[in-house]
Design a protein. Sequence first.
Length: 44
Amino acid sequence: MTGIEPATSSATNWRSNQLSYTRHLRELSTAMAGIRQDLIAHFV
């Protein structure tokens, strides 16, 4: 449809995606740090 604003703006969608992406990256890096520590402890 033309001339009608979507319920959420593309800027809102972009911001939501950025927050989600950032949160997932943080969780992933935390998990990787934990795995690294486990490996280091195992081999030391």
